[in-house]
Design a protein around this ligand. Sequence first.
Ligand code: ASC
Length: 150
Amino acid sequence: MKKLLMLVTSVASIMMALPAAAQFAKPEDAVKYRKASFTVMAAHFSRVGAMASGRAPYDAKAAAENADIAAAMAKLPWAAFTEGSDKGETRAKPEIWKDSAKFKEAADKMQVEMGKLTVAAKAGNVDALKTAFGPAAATCKGCHDNFRKE
Ligand code: ASC
């Protein structure tokens, strides 16, 4: 058991040390991965949004669970904007690679706002949730406007 744990730990640390590109055998795999993480994020984020806007009844536990998942997903897509993954089944704009500092700033901002959303959701108060939801949604929209084709 101890050996297994050591093996798992060392495999995990090797994986974390690998450059992002090494996680994907092909550019299409990176595209699929980032789309999947955005899809899951959007599903859970919009459940929080439904509560924040009153379209769904407020349920503190569900809000916290969904915000947590959205925040976890918000960490994932960025490493999948690998070199060469600007082609194929993607609406990613060339600006992602040309203006990568601006893209990273937008990605970081989203993660910060998603983090604030989870804090608000865990506070168990619908007004805190409403306050945090708007700025988080604005980070989604900001990236769509600047970095996603129609
Ligand atoms: C969502 C979702 C988005 C954002 C965006 C905010 O729920 O899926 O992409 O909010 O619409 O403007």
